[in-house]
Design a protein around this ligand. Sequence first.
Ligand SMILES: [Zn+2]
Length: 291
Amino acid sequence: MFICLGGIHGNEPAGVNAISRFFAFFQYELAARPDLPFRGTVLGLRGNLQALEKGIRFLERDLNRMMLLEVVAQLDRPDLKTEYRELSELLVHIRRELEQARPEQLVLLDFHTTSADGGIFSIPADNPESLALARHFHVPIIQGMADGLEGTSLSFFTPEYQGVPAMAVAFEAGQNEDPLSESRSIAAIIKGLEAAGCLPKDALSNPDEQLLVDYSEGLPVVSELLYVHHIQPGDGFRMRPGYRNFQPVREGEHLADDRRGGIFAQADGLILMPLYQDQGSNGFFLVGNGE
Ligand SMILES: [Zn+2]
């Protein structure tokens, strides 16, 4: 079963729009080409409905940091609110579909966008199958994120979910409001379906695939996470202006400030996801040692 998840962060609607547009296109193709050799089940899911409605990352708690067994254990009650309700509904849907489809394999693509410009990359879950899947999307791959972040969909659904072997990749499609972020997400869905064996290569036209190829020119194929700057509530974190994804920084460079003073790069590397929005628990990431 192939799951596309969009809008797990409510201020990132590009993934949701891409999934809707993909399904419209795919239904048209299936109707027009009865011989299209498709196999499997494709499921499209909207993540944080209440936050999407408001256009904010989350209401109470980051849905993509609370996918933890101890949180899920608290969901079995009727009066759930905010992200607890969202997580419960999401898992109910996925389990129901798994019971019906009884797939041999689960593939999850989790779609995101970033507040800073130029961030197009993939984050595989920790198992080798997820890394192999990520290699199909052309874009830079960031490894080691699962260790740096707790409670994400990547860690939760892999290496198996409900007894089904699983691979998962988060696809960062670009800037939140960039219309091309949608196009790049659609290109990734089609590449993912090919990689998962649901569709033969080139069975569907993929006009935006070249966007991914062009963007990734000159960037490392695989990078390792070196450092995450975690933010606590009340830190008053402010990224210094002008940082872009994959911008090289030097050890000691003054990157940001908070109430304790300056925050400096811990190592030479490339900066990822510098935070230029109010909500978020990570100020920036440093990656390096590219393949
Ligand atoms: Zn996100």
